[in-house]
Design a protein around this ligand. Structure first.
Ligand code: FES
Length: 274
């Protein structure tokens, strides 16, 4: 028996090299399955493929960025306090004269305006009673209150969002004189701001300082100004940030160049937690 093999035709490592495999380093040449050399430049094809994939990645990145833009809410707000003209409930510019005549310390309605953002309501209060008559125990108005404007310094604005858990007006409300006089540590107060949610109370004559808890901070106070014609403007906020806002300028869009007073019926509770 002979074990010799004819290797010239059956041993691949000895078989003659096919010219189909002669090509420059870096170039991939495909041998067509049909037996013919198709002479396809795979390197160039792969570069084109990579360019296509890159374009898809870039397009995908753009779409991803767009999707991210709409899935993560942008921080909205203002960069500084605007000067906003106040407008009365009938749509006319709010003047000191109108405030003295129509909005006074004894009103049983709430007058609310938004500032500086659309979701930041504030009380508009005129703590003046009878013009030319200073407050007395029988005439419990308040003149020359901190930050007050008008002839007697009695027109003020305070945030209408409670500093405890954020109950807004009318749950937090201004209590006019005679509603339910109440004794606090400093004595009996004829009028104040009270929150019916959990009982916090604020002193309207002293920058809305906190009188009773559970809130511990005062209400932010709106800086009011008047021009030579007596028109009233809101120009800033002092005190702590509006409750629920990282700062009082962020969390909604600004109110624009004017803000109109709205009239609301307060929630008045005269049974206070002890
Ligand atoms: S939210 Fe006003 S007292 Fe709690």
């Amino acid at each position: 028996m002979s074990w010799e093999i004819d290797c010239a035709s059956s041993c691949p490592f000895l078989a003659e090299r096919s010219p189909a495999f002669d090509f420059p380093v870096g170039q991939v040449r495909r041998v067509a399955s049909g037996g013919e050399d198709s002479d396809v430049d795979e390197t160039r094809r792969n570069i084109l493929k990579l360019a296509g994939v890159g374009a898809l990645v870039l397009a995908g990145g753009g779409l991803g960025a767009a999707a991210l833009q709409y899935s993560v809410p942008p921080t909205i707000g203002l960069t500084s306090y605007p000067k906003v003209a106040l407008v009365d409930v009938s749509g006319k510019p709010l003047t000191v004269d109108a405030a003295m005549a129509e909005y006074n310390v004894g009103t049983s309605d709430l007058f609310i305006f938004d500032y500086p953002l659309r979701n930041e309501p504030n009380f508009f209060l005129n703590l003046n009673t009878v013009d030319s008559q200073r407050p007395t125990s029988s005439n419990p108005g308040a003149w020359m209150v901190p930050g007050g404007i008008g002839p007697n310094g009695s027109i003020v604005g305070y945030s209408a969002i409670c500093q405890h858990l954020g109950c807004p007006a009318p749950a937090i409300a201004y209590y006019p004189p005679g509603t339910c006089p109440r004794t606090f540590a400093g004595g009996t107060l004829p009028f104040y701001i009270h929150c019916s949610c959990h009982g916090s109370t604020y002193d309207v004559t002293h920058s809305a300082a906190n009188l009773t808890g559970p809130a511990v901070l005062p209400l932010p106070q709106v800086t009011l100004e008047q021009d030579s014609s007596g028109n009233i403007y809101a120009t800033g906020l002092t005190g702590p940030p509006v409750n629920g806002h990282l700062n009082s300028l962020q969390g909604d869009y600004g109110v624009g160049s004017t803000s109109q007073l709205s009239r609301e019926t307060p929630v008045i509770l005269c049974s206070f937690p002890s």
